[in-house]
Ligand binder design. Sequence first.
Ligand code: GDP
Length: 365
Amino acid sequence: MSNEMKCIGCGATLQSTDQSKPGYVPNSSLNKEDVICKRCFRLKHYNEIQDVHLTSDDFLTMLNALSDKDGIIVNVIDVFDFQGSWINGLKRIVGNKKVIIAANKMDLLPKLINKRRVKLWIEKQAKDLGMKADDVVLISAQKNHGIDELLESIETHREGKDVYVVGTTNVGKSTLINKLIETSVGEKNVITTSHFPGTTLDLIDIPLDEHSFMYDTPGIIQAHQMTHYVSDKELKVIMPKDEIKPRNFQLNEGQTLFLGGLVRVDYLTGGRRSLNCFVSNMLNIHRTKQENAESLWHRQIGELLTPPGTKDFDFDNVKRTTLSIKEDKQDIIISGLGFITVEKGAVIEVYAPKQVDVYLRPSIL
Ligand code: GDP
């Protein structure tokens, strides 16, 4: 584009290169008059939110602007990747505001899981990260579970104030907002946008009553999640869609598990024991001997060991993390991919792409 054109809906500069960034329109619409971006189009005609993803600078500006507002925060997190979906700096914007944690994607955890325990676990995790939650509501935005309970909690806590919904990308914030709109609004064209100081983007307002609104804020891209290092096709394989069926492997020392070809897990020491894998049911797990692992990985990447779907895998970009399980039961998190539950006493080495976070947490189960 030679001269910059702006969306007449939200004011974002129009572009046709990246659908996930503000102001996207298909190339064919760029030179028309009075163009609105795809996001405003969906909003206007379908009351449907499409999430726009911000880089960290824009996101920080937005967070700072939020910290001056009066209202309550609904923080959407992914139960499957709690830390990975945590917003650094959230505490600062929260200040004295009340916070409700909407723990999404509950449908992925085993149905028999103790929900009370999960709630306490989330409260504790949040507290360890420096934040006291006023309520934790377990939801599945996709399956429509817990939405009424969340709306009730919002009503109880907001005391007439505005509500800001925050979350990182991929936690399911757009899916949730669309459900909330469906449930609480119903009618078309009541949704508007409002300008947010200092950001390239306007927030979406959903009216709650005559004086207050719920605001959808953009999500920040989490570069440390596996989801950013695979193609769209591979993403369908690694993003769990249904209740995860844990796959339990009895391993001897010196055995290796491959999660597709993306992650290699070497079980080093700790006697015979089980490694319980919570990853997408569609992701292939392959067991082998540690001594064969390196050559197998190079030979079979993109074939026996998929995803990736091709041999095109950057082995130089792989990082090794050694983890020693010292507490009773811990989850090894591979951010954006899933987790492996292991009992105390094991030493495990995980190979994963450098940018992807690998760490231990107390087990959610
Ligand atoms: P956003 O980036 O936070 O706005 O996330 P989206 O709403 O676009 O959702 C990200 C991905 O998570 C999509 O593939 C959704 O289908 C999926 N998703 C959203 N909510 C749920 C849920 O409750 N359960 C499951 N299993 N997947 C969900």
